[in-house]
Design a protein around this ligand. Structure first.
Ligand SMILES: [Zn+2]
Length: 344
């Protein structure tokens, strides 16, 4: 039985190319892990500065974490919960419950809303939606293999798009399961790589940089993207971990990508009058509207469903739509495998 100071104890239980890319990602993950061991913990919030929270955590640790440690269930230990973090979680729940009972506001703790965990998973809905997003890329990769001929020049680029997508949502799943410095960094860097790869891909598809006449431009574009990502990672890890800068960088890169696809859609829809030509522009509009959910930073409904998880939920359908666009409509049934000019 987990012991909390009685005043705060809640009534309910508180309870190929891809091969080298994978190696590169693994090395990057390891280096990041090494750096993050020395990184500072998450910034404080109003909730963890509340005297009742501090008293609760201190009392809980004295009761459970000193000489006679209260054992934790196996499923919590498997998700790396320990005595102090269990006290922190239990006190967040109890303080939040007693504040709600007194008609007081819900406060954030350590930069996050107090979520009700499920089987030790910190943010169950964000985990569920991250898994579904990752599955969209996995299923998308399979559909690419099924639908596109290997000789199609964009095939390797779309394949990498799926791999970056799966990498991104894997780390999003891990981060929302357990929030540590390392898992947070991996989530941010994987998301950043995914967003930047989207920008890398857009002009290759839109301006057909994959053609041999543009080989030099394609090389330069690749170097620009890799250098930008390296500089981005160096700034965050070597100079300053800055949430505002990270968000701004992603928004800028994402906005350029969105502008390019909107341009493509307008241009081709005007010319072809085919609805499918508007798809990338509509997907972009959907993503922009979904992203605005992030601005609604409200406390989690029922302690579980917050704006961030809804944003993750909102990217599932456009992901499926994108693969439908790539795998079906990029190549009409009459596709002759010789890349004729009718492919816009
Ligand atoms: Zn997330």
């Amino acid at each position: 039985m987990w012991l909390l100071p009685r005043t705060h104890f809640p009534s309910s239980s508180s309870s190929s190319s891809s091969g080298s890319l994978c190696r590169a990602l693994a090395i990057f993950s390891f280096l990041l892990f090494a750096v993050s061991l020395f990184a500072s913990p998450t910034a404080a919030s109003r909730g963890d500065r509340l005297p009742e929270f501090k008293d609760c955590v201190q009392g809980c640790k004295e009761r459970n974490c000193l000489s006679e440690k209260t054992p934790l269930p196996l499923h919590l230990r498997l998700l790396l919960w320990n005595c102090p973090s269990e006290c922190d979680y239990a006190c967040q729940r109890s303080v939040t419950a007693s504040r709600a009972a007194n008609g007081q506001s819900t406060e954030q703790f350590h930069g996050k809303w107090p979520f009700k965990r499920l089987w030790g998973i910190q943010e169950p809905f964000s985990v569920l939606f991250s898994i579904l997003n990752g599955y969209v890329h996995y299923a998308g990769l399979k559909s690419l293999k099924r639908e596109l001929p290997r000789s199609y020049p964009l095939y390797p680029y779309y394949r990498l798009f799926s791999i970056f997508g799966m990498f991104c949502w894997f780390w999003s799943t891990v981060f929302h399961m357990r929030d540590f410095v390392f898992t947070e960094r991996m989530d941010y860097f994987a998301a950043g790589a995914n967003v930047l790869y989207g920008l890398y891909l857009a002009p290759i598809r839109i301006f057909r940089l994959y053609r041999s006449t543009y080989a030099r431009a394609l090389r330069i574009w690749g170097i620009v993207c890799i250098a930008s990502y390296t500089a981005h990672a160096y700034f965050l890890l070597g100079i300053r971990w800055d949430y505002t800068y990270n968000m701004a960088a992603n928004v800028v890169v994402g906005s350029i990508t969105n502008t390019l696809w909107t341009y493509w859609s307008i241009r081709h829809y005007t010319r072809l009058k085919s609805f499918w030509a508007a798809w990338p522009g509509l997907i972009v509009m959907w993503l922009i509207m979904a992203m605005s959910l992030e601005l609604l930073d409200f406390p989690p409904l029922a302690g579980a469903l917050d704006a961030h998880s809804l944003w993750h939920a909102a990217t599932i359908l456009p992901g499926m739509w994108w693969y439908k666009y790539v795998a079906t409509l990029t190549l009409p049934p009459s596709f002759s495998y010789s890349f004729p000019s009718f492919i816009p």
